[in-house]
Design a protein around this ligand. Structure first.
Ligand code: ADP
Ligand code: MG
Ligand code: MG
Length: 941
């Protein structure tokens, strides 16, 4: 019961519990592995401190404190937090030799957010906290650098004002630009001390105007407000959107920690600098220090793209000693983390500090290359090299590049900030990008620079183009993370958001104009430039070879033609798991024969058509088997309802109406013509021009008869539920001559190959089976054909006979089916439909989106194998099938065969292979290796 008393008691108990609880951890004591508690940034700051890297002193306030704070209806920090913060502040003061709020030796700190998962730019950081009128004057005396102090001050007021007090950024920007304009300076660095003083004063006024209160002078009050602001940002729109877009669940990241770090200054003169670097090139993976820095600047200047920074290699000339230190830092980081690191550094008067590190986000090419190289260097094992690559990421590597022969003169050039090429219509703000992108347009987001609040525009765009900022600017980092192309800092472009246009030299680009960007070279082109498919890099080949060596489950491809088989082989397919014979029927030169076959009224008539199809199919099979030799090729006998090869009733009716009309016209013209001929009996020239003769009308009549026959047949074949109707093995048993022809084509192709000493392995697969008796019948056809060929050719055919498992009853009677076959192949597309009693098209169009949104069904079962339902049936079939036929070979050929989670499931189920579309084969090969490695991991736990 909730009487006021009990509420009071509970509250007290909570206060007590909280005040004993440890919420604050210094960098030297925090557990570097506990990212859930300390956030990624905090945990790594602790870890770097503890392995002896030069990190400024500081402490972390845990995510637990954040969650408790957000729960609290009074918006107060959990009891104990502030006391612990004050205690830790004392330690920082000692370590830094400065005092928070002190006039003589003022300590300034940054207040930074950081959750368990890195969410670039999602939360706001406040720098230079601890400045007020008093400490500012102290700092001036202590540093003897008034300009620096006011520079720090104006930054603090702006950040604190914006982040903690909610003053709109534009107010500050306007004042800033105003002073710059008046002073006639272009770059921030050109501002004089007086300019900065004026800016600071006007900033303070703006804060007062907006909040109705003066800017807080008490440094602990500043700190408390800042901590709360960081905590609040966890529930800010930007952060929530980001978590939703990337499916970040509370298990992955729950709440943000706050990091309080003693400030170090990169803006103390020409022996100071700040920068961001990667231990390897995140665009190519090359093993070189990669990054950017700015001399005499504070951290956020690089990231925000305010000035275009210099490449880190230039530091080698500018500050050689420091460059060497930076190289050392890079080695220590990689040796410790065994992963490419993305780190922030600041140099204060010649001393190097590391302010942050995290695992580097890279594109697919770089991930693959670094995997191979780090394994070869001995930094990681081959297994680790494989595990750090997400299978889906390989998709990027198979992404298109610009067709170099079709390139025109570029419009502009920027920095190649995230590789890949994309074309689309220009848009100049994120909202328009979202609007147009959602309505199906391909767009390129063109901005002066991007900010975290533009994130929704990124999702909707094909690529990003900015006119300011470097390779580590917000735009570049986010685009790389998403695997989208980005060109950054293309300085020749002037974006006018209001007029919705951009000016490049003489040219004006309006919203909606097409451009192409190449994130690999930094070039921007007008119009759409065609792209082409990339080839496999040596590194990718190596990685996939390691994957094949590791994996247990094999990866086959679905391929229906010799051409597709060759492509599948290039993707590394180990065979063909599904060859759909009906796809061969659809070619324009074959369809008329197939139609004849269907229209036939007697077996003899039908065999005329089948005799024409036989050599065609045999040749196809021969080509496919030879291409794949000696790998297995699973050929499925005819599956779809045959009316699919005929036009629809409506189409036929329309054609018939047309033909009748034509006949009337033709007869009419003939009558008219004959009348005219009587009138001009001696005019020879008219005779030659006779438009229709009897023959023509006869032809029309023939066509009418044929179409009427077709219409009748289509009516006969009409089914209420064709997908559950006369198809698959049921069709094969009604018209045995069709299946016999296909079996003959397969086995004769095999015989031809065997005679030519090509080792082939065809597998005949029967679709839609629900009953052992069906298999017994089809097997008798196979026997009959086999015996005939073996006798004629004097050889022993090598092949397998098997069935698809795609009907619920097939799963349930797997023990009986298994006695008749050598393999099962799960057709999970149909099996999913059958298990759910959903028709796929209707489900995906009508109710699955709602089911997903309301969490009634989490995943679309047609994309991700429903392991709880369909999977159970499969497990059952595997168990019972193996029991009655221990040598049974098992595979899956549904679309799920290319999906990493489903592959893991199939691996655990002990299937021999998965089969998927050709381009997904590389992804599946890596996923197959992960499945094996994951097995080792879960059994060692
Ligand atoms: P983000 O998560 O957006 O990267 P950070 O908390 O890392 O935000 O901080 C933003 C910028 O401020 C970074 O460039 C960082 O290096 C710099 N910075 C943060 N703390 C300090 C500090 N104590 N001294 C100097 N620079 C700092
Ligand atoms: Mg941040
Ligand atoms: Mg950072």
């Amino acid at each position: 019961m909730n009487t006021p008393d009990t509420i009071e008691l509970r509250k007290e108990a909570r206060v007590k519990e909280n005040s004993n609880k440890k919420f604050v951890f210094s960098f030297s004591e925090g557990n570097g592995k506990n990212k859930q508690l300390l956030g990624g940034k905090g945990a790594n700051l602790c870890e770097m401190t503890q392995i002896g890297l030069n990190v400024p002193p500081g402490f972390v306030i845990s995510t637990e404190a954040c969650l408790k704070y957000l729960e609290d209806s009074n918006h107060s920090l959990p009891a104990g937090v502030l006391t612990q913060v004050t205690e830790h502040m004392r330690q920082v003061e000692q370590a830094a030799g400065k005092i928070f709020g002190d006039f003589q030796k003022p300590l300034l700190v940054s207040v930074r957010s950081g959750s368990a998962l890195s969410m670039p730019g999602m939360m706001d950081t406040i720098l230079n906290l601890g400045l007020n009128q008093k400490t500012l004057q102290g700092l001036v005396i202590q540093t003897g650098n008034e300009r620096f102090c006011y520079d720090a001050y104006r930054r603090f007021i702006q950040l604190f004002g914006k982040v903690a007090l909610g003053v709109p950024d534009e107010r500050f920007d306007k004042i800033f630009e105003d002073v710059k304009y008046k002073a006639g300076v272009k770059l921030d660095i050109g501002l004089s001390t007086d300019n900065l003083k004026e800016i600071s004063q006007r900033f303070l006024n703006a804060v007062k105007e907006h909040t109705g209160k003066p800017f807080p002078e008490d440094v602990y009050e500043q700190l408390e407000i800042a901590i709360k602001a960081v905590f609040n940002s966890w529930m800010g729109k930007r952060a929530i959107d980001y978590r939703r877009e990337f499916n970040i669940t509370p298990q992955m990241a729950n709440g943000t920690a706050v990091n309080v770090v003693a400030m170090v200054f990169g803006n103390m003169g020409s022996d100071s600098a700040t920068g961001v670097a990667f231990t390897r090139d995140p665009g190519t993976g090359e093993n070189i220090l990669f990054g950017e820095y700015l001399v005499n600047a504070q951290g956020e200047d690089v990231v925000a793209g305010i000035r275009t920074p210099k490449a880190v290699l230039q530091l080698r000339e500018e500050m050689p000693g420091l460059y060497r230190q930076l190289e050392e830092l890079r080695n220590s980081l990689e040796n410790h983390y065994k992963e490419v690191q993305d780190f922030e550094f600041t140099i204060e008067k010649g001393v190097l500090y590391c302010l942050q590190t995290r695992n580097g986000k890279m594109n697919g090419t770089a991930m693959v290359r670094t995997s191979v190289e780090m394994a070869t260097e001995g930094l990681i094992t081959k297994q680790q090299a494989l595990l750090r690559l997400k299978p889906e990421m390989l998709e990027q590597l198979l992404h298109p590049h610009l067709d170099t022969t079709k390139k025109t003169t570029p419009l502009a050039q920027g920095l190649p900030a995230s590789p890949g090429a994309a074309s689309g219509q220009c848009v100049f703000d994120a909202d328009r990008a979202e609007l147009l992108g959602r309505s199906g347009h391909k767009v390129i987001l063109v901005r002066e620079e991007t900010k975290p609040e533009d994130i929704h525009g990124f999702f909707a765009s094909q690529g990003i183009l900015t006119s300011r900022g470097g390779k580590t600017s917000h735009a570049a980092v986010v685009a790389r993370g998403m695997g989208k192309p980005c060109v950054a800092g293309a300085e020749g472009i002037h974006v006018d958001v209001k007029l919705r246009q951009a000016i490049i030299g003489e040219k004006i680009l309006h919203e909606g104009d097409f451009i192409t960007i190449d994130g690999g070279t930094g070039y921007v082109y007008q119009g759409v430039i065609p792209t082409f498919e990339p080839s496999f890099s040596d590194e990718l080949k190596t990685v996939l070879q390691w994957a094949d060596e590791t994996a247990k489950i094999k990866v086959m491809a679905n391929a229906d033609t010799p051409d597709a088989a060759q492509k599948a082989l290039n993707y590394g397919a180990m065979g063909i798991g599904l060859c759909r014979t009906e796809r061969m029927f659809n070619a324009p030169d074959r369809l008329p024969i197939v139609v004849e076959m269907i229209l036939a009224n007697t077996e003899e008539e039908r065999s005329v058509a089948l005799n024409q199809l036989l050599p065609i199919q045999r040749q196809d099979f021969k080509d496919i088997l030879t291409t794949m030799a000696p790998r297995p090729v699973t050929i499925r006998l005819l599956d779809p309802p045959i009316h699919e090869f005929l036009p629809t009733q409506d189409e036929l009716k329309e054609e018939l109406a047309h033909l009748h009309h034509l006949k009337d016209t033709a007869s009419g013209v003939n009558d008219l013509f004959n009348t005219l001929r009587l009138l001009h009996a001696y005019d020879e020239s008219s005779k030659a021009a006779i438009p229709f003769n009897e023959k023509g009308i006869e032809l029309i009549d023939q066509a009418i008869v044929k179409k009427e026959l077709m219409l009748k047949k289509v009516r006969d074949l009409y089914e209420v539920n064709p997908m559950l109707g006369h198809r698959g093995v049921r069709l094969g048993l009604t018209y045995p001559e069709i299946y016999k022809m296909q079996i003959q084509a397969i086995l004769e192709a095999a015989a031809d190959c065997q005679e030519a000493n090509i080792t082939v392995c065809p597998e005949i697969m029967v679709p839609q089976v629900c009953n052992a008796e069906e298999l017994i019948r089809v097997k008798s056809y196979v026997k009959e054909v086999q015996e005939k060929i073996e006798k004629e050719r004097q050889l022993k055919l090598v092949f397998r006979f098997g069935t698809m498992i795609e009907v619920v009853r097939a799963c349930v009677t797997a023990d009986e089916l298994a006695k008749e076959v050598e393999f099962f192949s799960f057709g999970t597309n149909d099996l999913t439909q059958a298990t759910f009693s959903f028709s796929r098209e209707d489900a995906e169009n009508k109710f699955l989106p709602l089911y997903a949104e309301k969490n009634i069904l989490h995943d679309n079962p047609f994309e991700i194998l429903d392991t709880n339902g369909v999977g159970k049936l499969m497990r059952f079939a595997v168990e019972w099938g193996r029991k009655s036929n221990p040598a049974l070979k098992l595979g899956i050929c549904g679309e799920h065969g290319g999906q990493p989670d489903s592959i893991r499931f199939c691996h655990d189920l002990g299937l021999t292979y998965v089969s998927c579309s050709g381009p997904r084969v590389p992804i599946a090969r890596l996923a197959a290796a992960h499945a094996k490695l994951g097995e080792a991991k879960s059994s060692s736990l």
